[in-house]
Design a binder for this molecule. Structure first.
Ligand SMILES: [Zn+2]
Length: 237
């Protein structure tokens, strides 16, 4: 018997790495299952696999999950969750303030609108000069880079930096990283003076992130708590 096909709404989200908004559909039961399995696994490898699977399932436009900056994956998941399970996520925290000689223990509700999470570090310059004529144009770390990181343990920073260079330029030419081998990029990075390398490390430390801070007063003891949420794990409790 042919069962009816259920229509799902289509939404759009603007990502940092794309000029046009990306179209996606909400989570269905099958993606919720994948997500749950990923959260329960508490294993980075399985979480990454689940993230990629969900992106491939839900994003309608042509997209390479391995190439997406982590900042965009955060944005995409916040929107996916908002459109699938409601825009407002109600998180609960226990008040740890000591009140009348014992911990207050009151539950504090923190409503978070997932579509209104500010993104920090969006304006860190991507263009870094290594000397008077040679410079690099950086790109934000992607899921693929993090994936590679998990597989190796030495020289991690050099590899990350090599993976985050989009272009190298000098007075005459532009060299695209995608046209070079990983070994060539690592060799190039190893030749960067330490003081300039620090500038590049700084770029990677300051990648865009979705961070939400709010103050909430405990109704029982009156203590004002500051809550800070960042990273997918904080938003997907
Ligand atoms: Zn309290």
């Amino acid at each position: 018997m042919q069962l009816p096909k259920i229509d799902v709404p289509i939404y759009e989200v603007q990502l940092l790495s794309r000029e046009q908004p990306v179209k996606f559909r909400p989570f269905l039961v099958k993606e919720q299952k994948i997500m749950l399995m990923a959260v329960e696994a508490k294993d980075m490898n399985n979480t990454m696999k689940a993230i990629k699977q969900i992106i491939n399932n839900c994003v309608i436009d042509e997209i390479d999950a391995d190439e997406l900056p982590l900042a965009d994956i955060e944005t995409l998941f916040l929107h996916l969750r908002a459109r699938s399970m409601g825009e407002v996520l109600n998180l609960f925290f226990k008040c740890t303030n000591v009140f009348e000689e014992k911990q207050c223990g009151m539950l504090i509700e923190v409503p978070v609108n997932l579509l209104q999470i500010p993104q920090i570090n969006k304006d860190t310059p991507k263009n870094i000069m290594i000397n008077d004529s040679i410079g690099v144009i950086m790109k934000y770390p992607s899921l693929g880079i993090v994936d590679n990181l998990l597989k190796m343990n030495s020289e991690v920073m050099v590899t990350v930096v090599a993976g985050c260079i989009d272009q190298v330029f000098d007075g005459e030419s532009v060299y695209y990283a995608k046209d070079s081998t990983p070994e060539e990029m690592v060799n190039f990075v190893e030749g960067i003076p330490a003081e300039k390398f620090a500038l590049i490390e700084n770029f990677i430390d300051k990648v865009p992130r979705s961070v939400y801070t709010t103050n909430q007063k405990c109704v029982k003891c009156g203590f004002e708590h500051e809550f800070k949420l960042e990273g997918l794990s904080d938003f997907f409790i």
